[in-house]
Unconditional design. Structure first.
Length: 408
């Protein structure tokens, strides 16, 4: 058997492993969510978020089947896809995902179904990109473990919901893979699209530059003395990185043209979602205080509101810190600095009453953490055990999500 055919068979096998992680994890989410809705019903909170009953407009069977997909923020994305940015709440939600929902909805005739399709396709593509990227950096075994941990992480319930998580995962990981393959224009385009998907996408300009500098060093080492290209020959390539912040600038210009103002997105997060700016140490401090308060109240018989999870989020922050330590040992600075920057942005803009709210969901798309975790799990033979534990968490949150109980 030729080396080419062996490589092809190996690539096909690894692609099948991605497909397996995809369909098994989604089957777990759908079975858990649908059964929970039929047995438990809903919490009743849907009326405050979905007064128009958008999530219950699919018929008796359809409402059950769509339960794991359209809840909470999904309503906002579908409404924006239908009516555009029609009120001052909307700018908090970046435009690329609603635009894709609208485009696909024009074909399939249903915006919620379109959102589900966009999320599922993005997840499958994102998992495969992460697999290829991890194999490039850490080897095939680590790649397989990384895909499993990512697909079955408890917050992976959002990867197939009408949320931006899976789209952002595919675009951000795609930017890294394109840059590693020295396709700088494609990397800039994908980074710009990621920046038009959620605010932390603009941070991709940092790893873009770092990966370019790594490429330049490799090129110089491989070039005989006296034949090195002058720096001006490199400049056109690195300038494609300007496409990344252009995604945010374009969105801000659109909001300004609509009369909301250039900073409307941040203002909406502040006014309507209770985010306030502080330094990262302030966010951590507030998170620790909130977790201690919740722990004390729990022992005193005064449970916190169901939408507050400071102890959980503080635990997630500690896990992220451990994963970052592993990433420092195993990955190049571009991966580590990107993950650190994304976490710093999150903890620097805490939420009133629950400072680290949704940190677990935001961390779910930070694939460098999972790459490090996958390599660590392979080294210690813990992949199956970690996937099993993660699966239990995924079932729990799928049940919470489908029954309209607050999740992160």
């Amino acid at each position: 058997m030729s080396a080419i055919s062996v490589a092809r068979d190996r690539a096909e096998t690894m692609s099948l492993s991605t497909w397996g992680a995809f369909w098994r994890s989604r089957l777990l989410v759908w079975v858990s969510g649908c059964v929970a809705l039929m047995v438990m019903g809903t919490s009743g909170d849907e009326w405050s978020v979905d007064p128009n009953s958008l999530s219950s407009s699919f018929g008796r069977v359809g409402n059950v089947l769509m339960a794991p997909a359209i809840r909470w923020d999904s309503i906002w994305y579908v409404q924006i896809a239908h009516s555009g940015y029609s009120n001052s709440h909307d700018p908090a939600f970046f435009p690329l995902y609603p635009l894709l929902i609208r485009a696909v909805g024009w074909v399939v005739g249903s915006l919620p179904l379109a959102g589900l399709m966009v999320s599922l396709v993005s997840l499958l593509v994102g998992l495969e990109i992460v697999r290829r990227l991890t194999e490039l950096e850490l080897g095939a075994e680590a790649a397989g473990a990384t895909v499993l941990l990512l697909a079955f992480t408890p917050m992976a319930v959002f990867f197939s919901a009408v949320y931006t998580e899976s789209l952002f995962l595919a675009l951000s990981a795609g930017m890294f893979l394109a840059a590693r393959r020295e396709r700088w224009l494609l990397a800039g385009v994908l980074g710009g699209l990621a920046a038009a998907t959620r605010v932390t996408g603009v941070l991709l300009v940092i790893p873009f530059v770092l990966l370019f500098l790594e490429h330049r060093k490799r090129t110089e080492r491989a070039t005989p003395p006296g034949l090195a290209l002058p720096i001006r020959r490199h400049m056109p390539k690195v300038l494609w990185g300007l496409l990344i912040p252009a995604g945010v600038v374009t969105y801000s210009a659109f909001l300004a043209a609509k009369g909301y103002g250039w900073m409307a997105s941040m203002q909406a997060q502040d006014v309507f979602w209770g985010h306030y700016l502080t330094g990262p140490f302030g966010g951590v401090r507030d998170g620790v205080v909130a977790a201690w308060t919740q722990l004390h109240a729990t022992f005193a018989g005064r449970p916190s509101p169901p939408d507050h999870s400071p102890m959980l989020q503080l635990g997630v922050l500690l896990v992220c810190a451990a994963a970052l330590a592993g990433a420092v040992k195993r990955l190049s600075p571009a991966y580590v600095i990107y993950a650190v920057a994304a976490l710093l942005v999150t903890i620097s803009s805490p939420t009133s009453g629950d400072p680290l709210r949704a940190l677990d969901r935001y961390a779910a798309v930070l694939f460098p953490l999972f790459m490090a975790g996958g390599a660590w799990a392979v080294e210690r033979g813990l992949t199956r055990k970690l996937v099993l534990v993660s699966s239990l968490g995924l079932v729990f949150f799928a049940v919470q999500f489908a029954t309209w109980r607050f999740v992160a």
